[in-house]
Design a protein around this ligand. Structure first.
Ligand SMILES: NC(=O)c1ccc[n+]([C@@H]2O[C@H](COP(=O)([O-])OP(=O)(O)OC[C@H]3O[C@@H](n4cnc5c(N)ncnc54)[C@H](O)[C@@H]3O)[C@@H](O)[C@H]2O)c1
Length: 290
């Protein structure tokens, strides 16, 4: 027991940081919540792998971390591509001298539609992106998590209030983000007992990123077969929503969260301060949906 406390105290040693000596993969860390998570993890001493389909944004994020005294590499690619997943794990293990301690499965986007208009492609893409890809990443990283070296191991899967409560217009995303919680608990149950791996879900509410910005701003992603998916929420929908939503009356803190606040919660879960929190879904919502 005292060894464990010493270990935790060691990880809390400032200025090395709470994640000193750990190697972390953060998918979708070229921008938004993932980029902030990469920055905060690096500030706490982690060596960070910035994984994103947008190669320019991934390398910019890694460069900014390195310029401010942290340690990061960019490994760009699409988590829907099996070959990329193999490469991501291989390059991370090389960067980490044979170790990987943390995976944050954060990459993702929404492709909304009401139930009767949602296509098979919309459905399959969103399930593959938010459930199948994280599973394949975790499976590929198994040799680095099923180890007994006394070092912390953490898997954090990013979910959404849509997965917990459902959301009109997001049947595919709600299903996928709900699936994430079952996957997380299964990892906690399989890899906790022998290997001490912690696995938790962090579910966000309304966080200010391009996913929740006005659709008219023009952000989009491209599916593997080249289809453009527009991101954001139409301004008309924002303006015509219930008054309660417009004024954030549905959020006890009366405001959306910032990417930094969202990432800070991910850091908290990954940190030794949460060393006995396992298999949980942490809602980061400003109190919405209580
Ligand atoms: N913003 C919110 O309000 C909110 C709410 C709930 C959940 N989330 C979840 O948080 C996560 C991060 O979202 P965000 O708001 O920061 O979005 P974002 O669009 O700002 O960032 C997501 C990043 O993921 C990358 N990405 C997307 N598809 C990818 C793929 N196939 N392979 C590799 N990288 C890919 C994008 O290039 C982008 O850089 C997502 O899983 C999202 O569903 C966000």
């Amino acid at each position: 027991m005292s060894n464990r406390l010493d270990q935790i105290a060691g990880h809390l040693n400032y200025p090395k940081g709470m994640l000193a000596g750990q190697v972390a993969i953060i998918t979708g860390s070229g921008q938004g919540i993932g980029a902030e998570t990469a920055r905060l993890f690096a500030k706490e001493g982690a060596k960070v792998v910035v994984a994103d389909v947008d190669a320019k944004k991934a390398s910019d994020t890694a460069a900014a971390i390195n310029a401010s005294g942290g340690s990061a590499i960019a490994v760009a690619g699409d988590v829907l591509d099996d070959k990329y997943i193999t490469e991501l794990i291989k390059k991370t293990a090389e960067f980490g001298n044979g170790k990987i301690h943390i995976i944050v499965n954060n990459a993702g986007y929404t492709w909304d539609g009401v139930i009767h208009k949602t296509t098979d492609k919309q459905w399959d893409t969103i399930v593959a992106l938010h459930c199948t890809a994280p599973f394949k990443i975790v499976r590929a990283a198994a040799p680095y998590f099923r180890v007994k070296d006394g070092e912390p191991r953490n898997i954090i899967n990013i979910s959404s209030t849509s997965g917990i409560h459902g959301n009109a217009g997001q049947i595919n995303y709600a299903l996928a983000k709900a699936g994430v919680t079952g996957m997380t608990k299964t990892i906690a149950k399989e890899w906790g007992p022998q290997f001490g791996v912690r696995a938790n879900t962090v579910a966000f509410g309304y966080i200010l990123t391009r996913l929740t910005a006005a659709k008219e701003a023009g952000a989009f992603v491209t599916t593997p077969d080249g289809e453009k998916v527009a991101l954001g929420i139409p301004s008309a929908q924002k303006a015509s929503g219930p008054n309660e939503v417009q004024q954030h009356l549905d959020i006890p803190l009366r405001r959306p969260g910032s990417a930094t606040e969202a990432a800070s919660a991910v850091l908290a879960v990954a940190s030794p301060l949460f060393s006995y929190v396992n298999g949980q879904t942490i809602s980061v919502t400003g109190g919405r949906n209580m």
